[in-house]
Design a protein around this ligand. Structure first.
Ligand SMILES: *Cc1c(COP(=O)(O)O)cnc(C)c1O
Length: 385
């Protein structure tokens, strides 16, 4: 819900632009850190969801760590001022350059995704005369029950080390003098709203944790990843993710040894609701069976609907829903691709050229996936506090 005042300010901006609601971001961070502190849980923010400088700055100020999936993200997190002792680096394809960069920055931990990667990190650390901390990313074979394109914890996915490789894995670790095993790491998928998925994850983590204990490893960290979902359908009614229930599930089902740290890596749940893509209607087109609203924003600004058939709530900010009969529009962008469509048969008030359109809940995996296809303008921003 936008106030009249904010809508008027939107009207003075060149469109399209990303609007970031920093007041809501602050409330979200407060809710998350409070809920985590109750159980002494540590939260890292997955930079890949949104690395807008103002957003990062605010997250960093809340004492949250950084979960990175590229050397440049590691570099960025360090530059913004995230505590290096709270930076972790995951990813199935870390290049030698990226590994060296992260070793030089003395980050907390590499989340290692294959046995071969372990040996590469070991030899690169050896060349620098350093010892680096690693956690093994294990594929727990837990079904996140979300869209198949955003499931990561099944045996058929490319991520992590499978449980049948663990014996080989610890043999390799024992031979590597330049890596120290500090923990185990899991991440099963994204946009998970069914808390039983996290309960199943806890059961798996307990089993694997036990296995490491039996093999003589005292793990300092259990990292359970991210994936907490948010409500794309009701951004105004549910602006803040259910952090309370989420952390409570882990507190109830995860078996933790005294002194052991539990780490989380949240991306979407921290930033999604604080971002909106604001656009204007360029043209209204009446087809034979369909009406089209053609916007000045397209897949070059927000790709989620085209990439994973993701739903985003679409609102006409220039008209009030109650004043007009609803019409069904296919809401499309200007890009020369038929897939450039934000929503089909969307109920909206009768709309016209120049109307302001908000595509809601676009703060996560939105701006970061923008592309320059069709030689589009770089992304513009507007912030409210
Ligand atoms: C993307 C990612 C996350 C964050 O996922 P969300 O669904 O945005 O919470 C956490 N950990 C790893 C390893 C990731 O790749």
């Amino acid at each position: 819900m936008f106030s009249e005042d904010v809508i008027q300010q939107f009207g003075q901006q060149e469109t399209p632009f990303y609007h970031y609601n920093l007041a809501l971001l602050k409330k979200t961070l407060s809710a998350c850190t409070q809920a985590a502190a109750r159980y002494d849980f540590h939260v890292h923010y997955a930079l890949k969801a949104n690395f807008n400088p103002r957003v990062l700055e605010m997250i960093m100020q809340w004492g949250i760590g950084a979960d990175c999936v590229s050397g440049n993200e590691v570099q960025k997190a360090a530059e913004v001022g995230f505590d290096r002792n709270k930076i972790v680096f995951a990813g199935v394809g870390k290049s030698d350059k990226e590994i060296n960069q992260a070793i030089d920055l003395d980050i907390f931990c590499f989340n290692v995704e294959s046995i071969q990667e372990l040996t590469v990190i070991d030899s690169l650390a050896a060349a620098k005369g350093k010892k680096v901390r690693v956690a093994i990313r294990i594929n727990p074979n837990v079904d996140a029950h979300t869209h198949h394109n955003i499931t990561t914890g099944l045996e058929e996915n490319k991520f992590g080390i499978n449980s049948w490789e663990l014996t080989d894995c610890i043999h390799v670790i024992q031979e590597c003098d330049h890596v120290e095993l500090v923990g185990i790491h899991f991440h099963v998928g994204s946009q998970i709203t069914d808390m039983t998925v996290f309960k199943s994850l806890c059961v798996k983590v307990n089993e694997i944790h036990q296995w490491f204990e039996e093999h003589g490893f005292n793990l300092k960290v259990l990292n359970v990843g991210g994936g907490l979902g948010i409500d794309y359908h009701q951004p105004d009614e549910q602006p803040i993710a259910d952090f309370e229930s989420y952390f409570a599930v882990f507190n109830q089902f995860l078996e933790r040894k005294p002194g052991q740290e539990v780490h989380f890596e949240l991306g979407r749940a921290l930033v999604a609701q604080s971002g909106n893509l604001v656009s204007r209607v360029l043209y209204v087109k009446h087809g034979i069976k369909k009406n089209f609203l053609i916007l000045d924003a397209g897949m070059t600004e927000l790709m989620r609907p085209m990439l994973y058939q993701a739903y985003h709530k679409i609102e006409n900010l220039s008209k009030s829903e109650s004043d007009f009969d609803a019409v069904k529009y296919d809401v499309v962008g200007p890009i020369c691709e038929s897939t450039d469509c934000f929503g089909k048969e969307v109920d909206l008030p009768v709309s016209e050229r120049g109307d302001l359109i908000a595509i809601r809940t676009a703060g996560a995996y939105g701006e970061v996936m923008a592309s320059g296809y069709n030689l589009r303008d770089t992304i513009r921003h507007f912030y409210t506090e």
